[in-house]
Design a protein around this ligand. Structure first.
Ligand SMILES: [Zn+2]
Length: 260
């Protein structure tokens, strides 16, 4: 293989890792929205923990839990099921005993919120990254989904004339035509009304999950084989709303749970 081929291969790998899992854009936007909504004291604590762990910013921390999973690091093998929860087909909603008897996103988030108070700065910094990430995942509809097609990973839809998995569409492709995360975060915050902020902040974790599940259930009800531009526009609106909801709610959790 020539140097040029090596370079192209490397470039290809870099580009494909950028579009991996919510994809980076989604997670980073959630994290940036949250960061801007933190009180000064919490923001300083977050900065200190990010620096401790060597994260460049909160966006970097937000994608770290997917990175350690993709790298299949043995010490994080147990965190695989933390990113989602599966419900039985046709179920009315989440049942902690039935759906989270083994670790799921709900128990993982509770555990990581508790770990924010750990005496070890390392454990605290990792808990911070997981909390930032998991609140994002919980708002991605297909992370509250069904086991039989692995949260839409095994379900193909046509988008932009390509067959893609429904899960991947919702993780990444739905946000593809939107600006980069810093600009997107600013736009979403700008468009936010006081009423939306109040009503979204009054919801608890169970409601966040129920909202995701409602979108998932409606996706499977309409069961689209092709996501045309009109459908894409509709899903993009939903995705933007999920991201800003996640960002606001994440800030409120961190303001509450991150000790001085
Ligand atoms: Zn994830």
């Amino acid at each position: 293989m020539t140097l040029g081929q090596n370079f192209l291969l490397l470039l290809g790998l870099l580009l494909s890792s950028q579009v991996l899992a919510w994809g980076e854009k989604g997670h980073r936007t959630v994290a940036l929205i949250a960061y801007q909504q933190l009180n000064a004291q919490t923001q300083a604590r977050v900065d200190a923990l990010l620096a401790h762990k060597g994260f460049a910013d909160i966006g970097d921390a937000s994608v770290w839990p997917d990175k350690v999973r993709e790298q299949k690091l043995p010490e994080y093998a147990h965190t695989g099921p933390w990113h989602y929860v599966n419900l039985p087909r046709g179920s009315n909603g989440f049942d902690m005993q039935r759906d989270c008897s083994r670790p799921c996103i709900v128990s993982a988030l509770a555990q990581m919120l508790e770990q924010l108070s750990s005496h070890s700065p390392d454990a605290q910094a990792e808990a911070l990254a997981f909390v930032v990430h998991l609140v994002g995942d919980l708002h991605q509809p297909l992370h509250v989904s069904f086991a039989d097609d692995r949260g839409g990973n095994d379900r193909k839809v046509m988008f932009d004339e390509e067959p893609v998995s429904l899960h991947y569409y919702w993780d990444s492709l739905v946000l593809k035509s939107l600006p980069q995360s810093d600009l997107l975060a600013a736009q979403l915050l700008d468009a936010l009304s006081t009423e939306q902020r109040q009503s979204w902040l009054s919801a608890d974790v169970n409601q966040w999950l129920a909202e995701s599940y409602a979108i998932t259930a409606s996706l499977y009800q309409t069961n689209p084989a092709v996501i045309d531009p009109v459908a894409n526009q509709h899903y993009q609106q939903q995705a933007k709303q999920r991201i800003v909801q996640a960002g606001l709610r994440l800030a409120s959790l961190l303001n509450k749970y991150l000790p001085e």
